[in-house]
Design a protein around this ligand. Structure first.
Ligand code: NDP
Length: 287
């Protein structure tokens, strides 16, 4: 069997970043300031450190200003809110991203709601959540936006497709469903209480999986020819005691049935930062 085509997230993300870089250069040539992205990291979670470093590097690579704020884990919520107020007021900062998770003594909802919605490049502020839900122009969350770009790379018009999203988090599943609805898909949202998940998944012409369970989705859950977007990323034990990265989808099995599939790594992952840069440019252009 020929199997699915592989959706190259690395290449598509590179293309998005090139487009952003070209638009930034054009903007600067028009005499406008380069967009600026502020990333705030509280504490020293190793995974968050890597994300923040990568975001800062990618930001500079497309010609934008990168402002990193590293605060100790003991930082009070009040002090973090003061920093956000300061970033809200700065004209050289167009996007503000507070890296999650935050230490337990800080309420993430209060922090997200303190960010100016016009600078909320993560798309987590209730104003942007509402705008995405109502189909208005918004700063939409980066990971689902990236998934939409990947699916559209296979089929430009997703209208009329049966889309199934497994996972209903505020960060991925719910906004994904809203974006697919705006793209005229018929959308089902499945979750841990869904009955007969394989049956629901088999309905999908487009299946997006954001669960966080390694290789949960099997080959016999897939409608032949479906587009499969795997958001999950986990490290599991591999051959020779070495860890390997896998998604929520059993790649080899599903690849044999699907029409197109994202790999892990190299699928959705690289799209998230590319869409963050796109959002920062959008915020700057709207300022
Ligand atoms: P959450 O843990 O916030 O949400 C997981 C969702 O999956 C929940 O809605 C949960 O249902 C559902 N779920 C859990 N178990 C099952 C099950 N057995 N059957 C059906 N549904 C189930 O995770 P996130 O949405 O934040 O992330 C999901 C995955 O995506 C993770 O692996 C994460 O690492 C990855 N991720 C990758 C990103 C990237 O850039 N590539 C960015 C963000 C996330 P319920 O609501 O009922 O509990």
């Amino acid at each position: 069997m020929a199997g699915a085509s592989i959706i190259d997230g690395k290449e598509i993300a590179a293309q998005v970043r090139r487009e952003v870089a070209a638009k930034v250069a054009e903007r600067v040539a028009r005499g406008r300031p380069a967009p600026g992205l502020a990333v705030v990291l509280v504490g020293n979670d190793p995974a968050s450190e890597v994300y923040v470093r990568n975001k800062a590097r990618s930001t500079r690579e497309v010609g934008m200003g990168s402002f990193e704020h590293r605060l100790p884990a003991s930082t009070s919520e009040a002090d973090l809110l003061v920093l956000i107020a300061d970033l809200n007021a700065r004209s050289d900062v167009n996007g503000i991203l507070v890296q999650l998770p935050l230490p337990k003594h800080i309420d993430p909802v209060r922090v997200i709601e303190a960010i100016d919605p016009a600078k909320d490049v993560d798309g987590f502020h209730p104003v942007n959540v509402g705008r995405v839900a109502s189909g208005a122009k918004a700063l939409a969350p980066c990971t689902p936006t990236g998934c939409l770009i990947l699916a559209s790379s296979v089929q430009a018009d997703l209208g009329g497709l049966e889309a199934v999203v497994i996972g209903r988090s505020n960060i991925v599943g719910k906004p994904m469903a809203q974006l697919l609805l705006s793209a005229n898909c018929t959308v089902t949202i499945a979750h841990s209480r869904t009955r007969d998940l394989p049956l629901v998944a088999r309905r999908a012409d487009l299946l997006v999986v954001a669960v966080g369970r390694a290789e949960m989705v099997r080959g016999d859950w897939i409608k032949p020819g479906a587009i499969v977007i795997d958001v999950g990323i986990q490290r599991v034990a591999g051959a020779g005691g070495k860890g390997r990265l896998v998604g929520d989808v059993a790649f080899e099995e599903v690849k044999a049935v699907a029409g197109a599939i994202t790999p892990v790594p190299g699928g959705v992952g690289p799209m998230t930062i590319a869409c963050l840069l796109q959002n920062t440019l959008q915020a700057a252009e709207a300022a």
